[in-house]
Design a protein around this ligand. Sequence first.
Ligand SMILES: Cc1cc2nc3c(=O)[nH]c(=O)nc-3n(C[C@H](O)[C@H](O)[C@H](O)COP(=O)(O)OP(=O)(O)OC[C@H]3O[C@@H](n4cnc5c(N)ncnc54)[C@H](O)[C@@H]3O)c2cc1C
Length: 519
Amino acid sequence: MYDAIVVGGGHNGLVAACYLAKAGLKVCVLERRSILGGACVTEELWPGVRVSTGAYVLSLLRERIIEDLRLRDFGLKVYTKDPGVFVPFGNGKQLRVWVDTRRTQKEIERFSKKDADAYARWVGFWDKFSEIVDPLMLTPPPRVSDVRELLKLADSLEFDEEFALDFARVFLTDAKRFVEEYFEAEEVRVAMVGDGVVGTFAGPSTPGTAYVLAHHVVGSVNGVKGAWGYVEGGMGGVTAALARCATSLGVEIYTSSPVDEVLVRGESVVGVRLWDGRTIEAKCVISNADPKTTFLRLLRNTDINQELLRRVSSLKTTGVSFKVVGYLSELPDYGMGVKLGSEHIASEYIMPSMDYVERAYRDALSTGFSKDPWLSVNIQSSVDPTVAPRGYYSFSVFGQYLVYSDKLDDLKPEVGRVVVDKVGEYAPNFKPIKYEVLTPLDIERRFGISGGNIFHLDMTPDQLYVFRPLPELSRYHTTIKGLFMCGSGTHPGGGVTGAPGYNAAQEVIKWLKQTTHGE
Ligand SMILES: Cc1cc2nc3c(=O)[nH]c(=O)nc-3n(C[C@H](O)[C@H](O)[C@H](O)COP(=O)(O)OP(=O)(O)OC[C@H]3O[C@@H](n4cnc5c(N)ncnc54)[C@H](O)[C@@H]3O)c2cc1C
């Protein structure tokens, strides 16, 4: 009998498994796909062309986890993405956001001197914001009774009232308003707002999106706060390093092993049954699957409070993000030629104005697909030669909005055409040799995420901290004894952070100690 079975070999499942094994427990991981990684994966879709089919850039993975699990020793290598963002506006106008604040200010000065000054305040605000939020990531969400302690922490950091008010507003307001209060030039505003709608069925003016923006600034890469990077070999490099670590700690990993049901006797978990009928026993089960999959599918034969099931069903999980992955024989020419330039290293934002992004959202609300979508083009092979044969460039376009439905297969050719044409408006030579479109329906089928939501649940404040996924499920325990959750649907949410896996493992270790003592 295992001490713990982890259902799912996504990065959070692997992080949880590593910490449990480090604590001396007998652990196995059961993954439904033939490969590990969940949405943090590299796939060779054409000979020699390796693309990140899910997540494509890294920042949020906690340094503590990288160090504890010695992931660099197990092969994790990250190239800093600098510039982080490149926005072409047409007519030769463009803006780059660099890792270095001063260098970015120089870019911004071309649009507005005032905004260049405001940029230093903007960076300062997010630095302070991260100082508060960072320690809250590797711990269960604070209880209401913990708020006094948090306020004491804020007090000791000597934040002024203006900061405190802005901090609170991040949880309430919209990304558009937050950005507009800092910056006056439209070009600067849109370069700053881009991440505010990622993975969320919301426009930049939807309340709550300021926090979506915030979630994207609380990371670091190679010691640089707020920076993002490309993982050598694609995002599967993260999960490959985790799998090596897990194996070295004695974790048993089984791929092509879909779990059909979590088995419950009385009020307690006793193990799982696989699709092939085999049953495996364990003292506890930790689900890396999203909350809807866990409660509505894996527990379908268990007697669970109907009200709880209704509330799980009503979680906001509608996927709106899509990917187009492929390869090119020439780098996109944004007016500076096809030789490798800094624009190719950056995330190339195809979103010339705030209104453009808002329209893309409103369009999708009424038709299901934005005629002019929000796009971020990333060319990993601009820094990493391991992902495409010499002379070729693998790329990923992450886009919004394409609303999840079970009828998206017929729309794929149109989505591909729209994306290629739209990038082509700014880089006319963008003509992929081959490409594949992944709709939210494909994301659901490929990664097993219900609704195809890239973060399992929207990252809006009503589904964060103690509300993620629901107050009674927010501390990784569930209403069934011995059943835990460790995926992005738990605090602190989506993105390749490793934090839900870490936090869940700590709760499991405590629980197992208590139950063993009680026996
Ligand atoms: C298209 C896309 C782009 C993204 N871009 C980024 C990005 O650039 N940067 C970033 O930080 N984040 C990004 N994200 C978000 C990030 O990838 C996810 O939040 C994160 O990888 C989720 O990790 P997880 O371990 O919580 O869950 P998952 O990766 O979803 O893993 C869950 C695992 O459980 C398995 N599973 C499910 N059901 C069963 C079952 N019944 N039996 C066995 N196994 C099962 C699944 O196959 C899967 O492997 C992106 C996501 C997507 C989809």
